[in-house]
Design a protein around this ligand. Structure first.
Ligand code: ATP
Ligand code: MG
Length: 303
């Protein structure tokens, strides 16, 4: 069964086509990075998949369930973290989790134990005793992630989980997400602008712009679709040159068809009398690929 399925899924808001015929299929255990500039339609997609919005066209399913018609069952199986965390300000962080856990059918003791552990992992061990209304934005965001993970969801929808977090908290959040995906086999649907984090966490990606999916696949597949290849790169002694390569900033590069070409190129550079200080294979990063599709001139939102 597919964890997430969308078939020509569309959403129009009074004339604005926020999502235009999205077709997507994610098997269980996928860690999917959903990327695209501001206004691309990422949050709209999450809202459609979690039943917060009704589609104006097409259909979608989460674990085989219709998010609108079987909302309760979908919510029992999914964790959702959106930009606007809805928390009870007068309750402490831990009490929020206990309350939410009971709503999900957990016992208070189980919710307390798991909630306490999640808060500790997210650096809110002490803050968990304070009223959530006193939390900073980043603290509320982490509490919202703890809430999404509380009932051990099978699918986790995360909308910008690290935007606005300090580097230490972002690292803790990413480690926890990675653990959910790796050890627990949870399907993760991650909307983010933070491409370096996405590259660490995700196995496949979708790139959305103006409501349309421009490309999807793993990094190697996207790089191929974008026509971006790998390079052999050599750092040589100052003043040296390497025939067949282009030089910039002390590095000399040439396109590389496959990694197996590399040893012969290194031997060639040495045989040509070059002092090779460093040699490496450069493969396109997610950022390179993203900009190939979105185009820098559009000023796509990043990092
Ligand atoms: N409730 C709404 N009413 C009208 N238009 C909306 C509504 N929600 C979203 N939109 C529009 O739909 C489009 C997609 O918005 P969405 O929030 O899905 O983008 P996003 O990819 O999540 O952007 P960001 O990176 O800024 O979070 C935008 O043009 C937005 O203005
Ligand atoms: Mg959004």
């Amino acid at each position: 069964m597919q964890a997430v399925l969308a078939q020509e899924l569309s959403k129009e808001f009074s004339g604005v086509r926020a999502l235009d015929s999205l077709t997507l299929s994610l098997p269980e255990g996928s860690v999917f990075g959903f990327l695209g500039p501001n206004g691309a339609g990422k949050t709209t997609t999450v809202k459609l998949l979690t039943g917060l919005l009704a589609p104006t066209g097409g259909r979608c399913a989460v674990l085989g369930l219709d998010p609108r018609e079987q909302a309760e069952r979908v919510h029992a199986l999914c964790g959702v973290m959106t930009e606007s965390a809805r928390l009870y300000p007068q309750l402490s962080g831990l009490e929020n989790l206990e309350f939410f856990g009971e709503l999900c059918g957990m016992t208070r003791a189980a919710a307390r134990a798991r909630g306490g552990e999640l808060l500790r992992r997210l650096g809110l061990g002490e803050a968990g005793k304070r009223a959530a209304g006193e939390y900073s934005t980043g603290m509320a965001q982490r509490l919202s992630l703890a809430r999404a993970l509380l009932a051990r969801p099978r699918v986790l929808f995360l909308d910008e989980p690290t935007s606005g977090l300090d580097p230490e908290s972002a690292q803790a959040v990413n480690a926890l997400i990675g653990e959910q995906a790796g050890q627990e086999g949870v399907t993760v649907f991650l909307c983010t602008h933070q491409l370096r984090y996405a590259e660490d966490l995700c196995g496949c990606y979708g790139i959305l712009d103006h409501g349309a999916l421009l490309a999807q696949g793993d990094l190697a597949g996207l790089a191929k679709a974008a026509g971006r290849g790998s390079f052999a790169a050599f750092r040589l002694a100052q003043g040296e040159t390497l025939p067949g390569c282009e030089g910039a900033g002390g590095w000399w590069r040439r396109p590389l068809a496959c990694p197996e070409e590399m040893p012969a190129l290194v031997r060639g550079a040495v045989a040509a009398g070059c002092s090779v200080y460093e040699a490496r294979i450069e493969t396109p990063t997610l950022e390179d690929v993203y900009f190939s599709f979105i185009g820098r001139e559009e000023g796509g939102a990043l990092l």
